[in-house]
Design a protein around this ligand. Structure first.
Ligand code: GLU
Length: 553
């Protein structure tokens, strides 16, 4: 075929495309950003399901962009109508905003922001078609009228002959067809796709320097891949190349499943005369299978923790999930965190160089440990606000009690917080209720099991004595002196050491005595600092607890 024919064909197939590639490019000027600034994007498809891998990648995008003074934007990749669900865009936007990952531009619930839109691929059909038309006019793309059945027959023959699958070589039957054949099909209104004419060969290797995987050799693409589907909508391959070029993306962060088609993408960039962005292909998230003990990919069916909605529902604070993902992303993050316990995560110098090219191992227990640590560094006020918001949604009955007296709840959360070694009782917001439910009479379900060395009669006497001297304003020393006096009065050593030296002289020690008080007040043996708890409860509640226990024994 000669050059003229291609131009004629392109005009015939795309009569509605009157703009030129140059005109489109002029609408997407080069971004005016400081040297080294990275432009990254999230390109999720609105399938209604957002998973941990999406967040993992988004955190990389967000850090790379914001750490370099660049731009992080949201592009909705909705070219696959079959996978799209109603409300899918909302799910995407809600998921990212609940984790506090701020997009600088892109699709929003009510439209979009930014100068490089539309940010929904379904609204960019004419842009893609403009470039498909241009490729066709140069003989680099052509229509293919193969039916599903014909393609299936190719596949079967390739299987039989032990050949590579796909549309290439002699199987690329529309690649060099005369114009007359094409026109005959068009005259019959036959449906067609547009394919890219590959000049590649599987004999050739291409070097690729991946930001995560390092230096790689990949095989050149020899397939004439589909760039426009029969409805004129592009495939992912074509759409992302055009969008990432026009939108000025400098760095594409995506799952390693795209590495296999990277040669196609590089080929398309070259054909269009554009410089490809840098690629960071991130490893799959793996976990240890409970049953087999082996490593496997997180699965939508088996692992509820794959869904991003899981975390809020289960009470995982968003910053804790992000912090945990950062420990998976950068091997030196934990060391940095130990040196900078109170610094915001954003101060950490994130680098793709520290990302592991092999699968990251997701471990929910490790997430809980990280979470405990993050929460232990939050102020009581921040914890209070979070728990109030979380419980309003997920545990309204607890919410009512928790927020009834905000000062009291907050004072309780402040116990053991703020020092060098803060308490680490809370990993999830669901942990807060069992941690402090005894504070609320409505939830108080005491277990009055006494310490071994204290019988019921002594316990009653101890409680009665303490009720007589309790003062919510006691200093810790004052309180402890009272414990000692009561201990001595009932045959318990006032000093633990004395009891240890002469155990036969005593029933037990002062610790047994304070344990009785703890059991009465908190209804359990484990509770944060007893004196602080009693101060928060106040005289009336403490006395009624002491009395209730006396009666129950
Ligand atoms: N739409 C693609 C996906 O859902 C995005 C891949 C990319 O970020 O380029 O996997």
């Amino acid at each position: 075929m000669i050059m003229m024919d291609w131009k004629y064909l392109a005009d015939k197939l795309f009569p509605h495309i009157t703009q030129t590639p140059e005109q489109v490019e002029a609408r997407f000027p080069k971004r005016n950003l400081p040297e080294g600034a990275k432009v990254t994007r999230m390109g999720p498809s609105p399938t209604g399901f957002m998973h941990l891998g999406n967040l993992y990648g988004a955190l990389v995008d967000e850090r790379l962009a914001h750490q370099s003074g660049g731009v992080f934007y949201l592009r909705i990749e909705d070219t696959d109508r079959k996978r799209e669900v109603e409300g899918g865009v909302q799910t995407i936007i809600d998921a990212f905003s609940s984790f506090g990952l701020p997009f600088d531009e892109g699709a929003a619930l009510d439209g979009e922001t930014g100068d490089y839109g539309p940010y929904r691929q379904s609204q960019r059909a004419e842009i893609y078609q403009t470039f498909a038309k241009a490729l066709m006019a140069q003989g680099m793309a052509y229509p293919c009228f193969c039916t599903e059945e014909e393609l299936a027959a190719n596949h079967a023959a390739q299987e039989e002959n032990k050949e590579n699958f796909g549309y290439y070589g002699k199987y690329a039957v529309w690649r060099d067809r005369p114009l007359a054949d094409i026109e005959a099909q068009l005259a019959e209104n036959k449906s067609y796709v547009v394919r890219f004419r590959s000049e590649g060969s599987v004999q050739n290797k291409i070097r690729h320097d991946d930001l995560v995987k390092g230096k790689l050799e990949v095989t050149e693409n020899d397939q004439d891949i589909v760039i426009l589907k029969s409805d004129g909508i592009p495939t992912y391959h074509f759409a992302h190349v055009i969008d990432d070029h026009l939108m000025g993306t400098t760095t594409v962060v995506r799952g390693e499943e795209w590495l296999a088609t990277l040669p196609v993408h590089l080929q398309l960039f070259r054909a269009l005369g554009w410089k490809p962005p840098k690629y960071a292909h991130t490893a799959q998230l793996m976990k240890i299978d409970e049953q087999t003990g082996g490593k496997r990919k997180l699965s939508k069916r088996k692992d509820p923790e794959l869904a991003l909605t899981y975390y809020a529902k289960e009470g995982y604070p968003a910053p804790c999930v992000l912090e945990y993902l950062m420990t998976l992303l950068n091997s030196n993050f934990e060391e940095w965190r130990r040196a900078n316990p109170d610094a915001p995560m954003q101060d950490f110098p994130f680098s793709t160089k520290k990302m592991s090219g092999s699968g990251a191992l997701f471990d929910i227990d490790k997430l809980k440990d990280v979470s405990k640590n993050v929460i232990s560094h939050m102020s009581a006020a921040v914890v209070y606000d979070n728990v109030a918001a979380w419980s309003a949604q997920n545990d309204p009955a607890f919410h009512t009690l928790f927020t009834r007296n905000p000062e009291k709840s907050q004072a309780f959360l402040a116990i053991g917080r703020g020092g060098k070694k803060p308490r680490k009782d809370i990993a999830l917001w669901t942990d807060v209720k069992p941690y402090m439910d005894f504070l609320f009479d409505e939830l108080f379900q005491p277990d009055y099991t006494l310490p071994q060395r204290v019988n019921a009669a002594d316990a009653k006497a101890i409680l009665a004595d303490f009720a007589g001297v309790f003062d919510a304003d006691d200093t810790p020393e004052g309180f402890f002196d009272k414990m000692k006096t009561i201990a001595a009065a009932h045959g318990y050593a006032a000093e633990t050491k004395a009891w240890k030296q002469n155990p036969e002289q005593y029933k037990g020690a002062v610790g047994d005595v304070s344990m009785v008080i703890r059991i009465a007040v908190a209804g359990r043996q484990n509770a944060p600092d007893l004196q602080s708890v009693m101060q928060i409860m106040g005289k009336e509640q403490v006395l009624s607890r002491l009395q209730a226990c006396q009666q129950a024994l």
